[in-house]
Design a binder for this molecule. Structure first.
Ligand code: ADP
Length: 531
């Protein structure tokens, strides 16, 4: 630059520091630079405009550099500082050019130029020194960019793969036989498979709202929520069985399991759950259990029956044995009593009664096995029921007498029908035997009525009677309304009686009150269609 100044004593060495600083800001009568341009407005304008633009550009570049460094969080190192000062100082020299067009602060301008020169040279040297590391930085930036591109490509491929896997998973989940669902780590279920919707008839919105109440059995719900909550809290696999309501409103039982899906640090990301329909297995299990219970009960009944039956058989056998042993001893000792007519009669009566008892027990047992195998043979013929009753009564007269009863009263109308005479005798005999066993030695009356199309037989005693709650039960197999030790019996007589009557199309019932005697009724059609 060409300056035209000039004061003579510029180089005065005795000038003090204060004076130097004062010098820096004094113009010493220098002429402003505008004179050099002869104040030609166009020339001045060109210089002002260019310098202003260059200065502004420099300043804005250094400011931008500063904000970039701040934003990118790059450590504010020396090279950046050098560049900043260098560019900023360059900007200032241009502003000084404008200033000096009018004010002639050449000392100040020179000083700023010195700073600019130092910054420029410093930056140049520094840049030269740093050339290797800068090449490395540039190279690593290039590699980073390439890696970034590769990563982006990989990400795209992964996303496509993820979408494909997700679609495949959804298709598979929709086609498995179980209902399935996914929940986040808080237990919120955000996905169900199609089978769930098909079974429950709901959709995701409904399930998110009041779904649990809709599909769960209210009795089980509280427990299910508790067990699910426990798994969520502990991260343990969830397993529970409970019913779920289908869209038809019916409940079916499901075995439900949920597995936690974890990340590589073991943190639960979500839960994958399934509900397997176990309704049929459960029903089969219940059926099997019932069957096992029935079998168990049957075994208990069989054992009970064996013990009662052996007891029932043993009692008459013991009496027969004792009586015959006693008679044998009398004969052996040539005791006269052995041949007394009355004693022999009593002895024969007792043996006969015991044998009859044995025969009845064995007959009953045979009948039970016949009934079970459906072989209770009925051979019907026409006969009069009153006649059957009369002859049975006559046959049992001695039994009543021996048991301390008066002969039963009998009123009978002639009533002919088609039935198995022997079986009818068995029916009458069963009812009369019971009247003896449970009649408390009170009066017994028997009646036969002709009702036109049916016959009605009734046997009434004045004995212990039957409690109300046992009136129907006593007709079932082995069922008794008395204690086994009070009165002996197998609880089969009335069961067999009812079976015989059913085979004739008839029926039996009893009217009684506890301790007020029992009144048994037998109703029989006169002509049975299945003749
Ligand atoms: P069992 O007499 O061998 O017990 P039954 O089948 O003949 O078998 O009778 C079943 C039960 O009905 C009896 O155990 C008894 O409790 C009751 N029962 C039958 N007949 C009478 C009756 N006339 N009075 C009171 N109870 C009776």
């Amino acid at each position: 630059m060409n300056h035209h100044v000039h004061k003579a004593d510029i180089n005065n060495s005795s000038t003090s520091l204060t004076e130097s600083i004062q010098d820096l800001f004094s113009q010493y009568g220098f002429m402003p630079h505008g004179h050099c341009y002869l104040w030609k407005p166009l020339l001045i304008s060109i210089h002002v405009a260019s310098d202003a633009l260059i200065g502004l550009a420099y300043v804005s570049i250094s400011l931008t550099l500063y904000s970039l460094v701040k934003k990118a969080n790059i450590s504010f190192n020396r090279i950046v500082l050098c560049f900043g000062v260098f560019i900023g100082a360059c900007g200032l020299t241009h502003f000084m050019e404008i200033w000096n067009l009018w004010y002639a602060d050449y000392w100040l301008a020179g000083f700023i130029k010195v700073i600019t020169a130092i910054a420029s040279v410093g930056t140049g040297i520094y840049l030269y020194k740093m050339r290797h590391s800068l090449v490395e930085i540039a190279l690593s930036a290039k590699i980073s960019e390439e890696r970034g591109l590769e990563l982006e490509k990989l990400h795209q491929t992964n996303s496509a793969e993820l979408l494909r896997v997700r679609d495949e998973f959804a298709t598979m989940a929709d086609h498995i036989s179980q209902l399935s669902w996914m929940a986040d780590q808080t237990g919120h279920i955000f996905w169900y498979n199609q089978r769930w919707y098909d079974y429950t008839g709901s959709n995701l919105e409904e399930m998110a709202g009041w779904g649990w109440e809709k599909v769960h059995d209210p009795i089980e719900l509280k427990r299910v929520i508790k067990s699910w909550g426990h798994s969520l809290a502990t991260g343990q696999v969830w397993e529970d069985t409970f019913p779920l309501k289908g869209k038809d409103g019916k409940f079916r039982w499901f075995l439900s399991r949920a597995m936690p899906i974890k990340d590589e640090h073991g943190k639960i990301l979500r839960w994958f759950g399934t509900n397997t329909d176990i309704e049929d297995q459960r029903n089969n299990q219940i059926k099997l259990k019932n069957l096992a219970d029935i079998l168990k009960q049957a075994l208990i009944s069989r054992d009970e029956f064996l013990s009662i039956a052996s007891h029932e058989l043993k009692t008459p056998l013991t009496t027969i044995k004792l009586q015959s042993q006693w008679q044998k001893r009398l004969v052996e000792t040539q005791d006269e009593k052995a041949y007394e007519k009355e004693r022999i009669n009593q002895y024969v009566d007792e043996i006969d009664s015991m044998v009859n008892k044995l025969v009845r027990i064995v007959d009953d047992m045979l009948d039970i096995s016949r009934i079970r195998s459906g072989n209770l043979n009925i051979s019907k013929e026409e006969s009069d029921l009153s006649a059957i009753v009369e002859s049975t009564l006559a046959r049992m007269n001695r039994q009543f007498e021996m048991a301390g009863y008066k002969s039963p009263s009998f009123r009978g109308e002639a009533v002919r029908g088609t039935w198995d005479t022997m079986r009818m005798e068995q029916v009458v005999q069963n009812l009369l035997t019971n009247a003896i066993k449970y009649g408390n030695k009170g009066p017994v009356s028997v009646e036969v009525k002709n009702l036109g199309d049916k016959a009605l037989l009734s046997v009434k005693d004045s004995g212990i009677g039957i409690p109300k709650d046992s009136l129907e039960r006593i007709f079932k197999r082995f069922e008794r309304a008395v204690d086994r030790n009070e009165v002996s019996g197998l609880g089969l007589g009335l069961y067999i009686t009812e079976q015989i009557l059913e085979a004739h199309g008839g029926r039996i019932w009893v009217e009684s009150e506890f301790n007020k005697g029992a009144h048994f009724f037998v109703e029989l059609p006169l002509i049975h269609s299945r003749n």
